[in-house]
Design a protein around this ligand. Sequence first.
Ligand SMILES: [Zn+2]
Length: 252
Amino acid sequence: MPVGLAVAYKSPSQRTRIISEAWGRRSLYCARCDSPALEPSRVNAKLVDFVCPRCAAAFQLKSQSHRFSRRITDVAYHVMRRAIEESRAPHLLALQYDPLTWCVRNLILIPSFALTLSCLERRKPLALTARRSGWVGCNILLFNIPVDARIEVVSDGSPSRPATVRRQFSLLKPLEKVGYERRGWTLDVLNIVRSLHKPEFSLGDVYRRSEELQLLHPKNLHVRDKIRQQLQRLKDMGLVAFAGGGRYLLKS
Ligand SMILES: [Zn+2]
């Protein structure tokens, strides 16, 4: 990463922003189309940092020096919630760098259509003593996003091939045109199926996790019907195959 650019900045968060944005201008590419570069965004800077010059896909870059574990701290809760509801959320790039060498260690891409209300958490309002007292931020809950939608662009310092990143992105792209509530169900069922860690599973395996789905969708009283419907959708997307007799095969 181009560390020299930040010598004039004292605040660690400003340094991280300047350095990671400069790195992004030089190194990021679009996963949605074949554009080899992304351009810095000047519009809606709160939510969007980069835009694809070819397909206009919007990206947000979040950088930090420690590993992304279960949550990514993001913008104001109401801003992200509305963006998800109106299908305006950007694709999220979560970058982890080594603070000693300023090398990119990990970069995960979460396509915007994998962001649903199931993975959005409202944080506590900032304390009265804080400069922005009462401000409510949000967390993106990584454990509620299926592994399929956590695309590794850089893993332990090694970049993935752009073709691999684009192929993984395109597997989920059919969800792009689906409303957030419907794709929320699809992704939640996919997350459960992946978390079984079995190449072959039964309808009963997924039914046994109905309670988790009920918690994520408290208003829906027909969870089992939804599970069957979503398995059909996952089959249409090529992520699952029917093996007959209530058995399913998970495609990698
Ligand atoms: Zn593009």
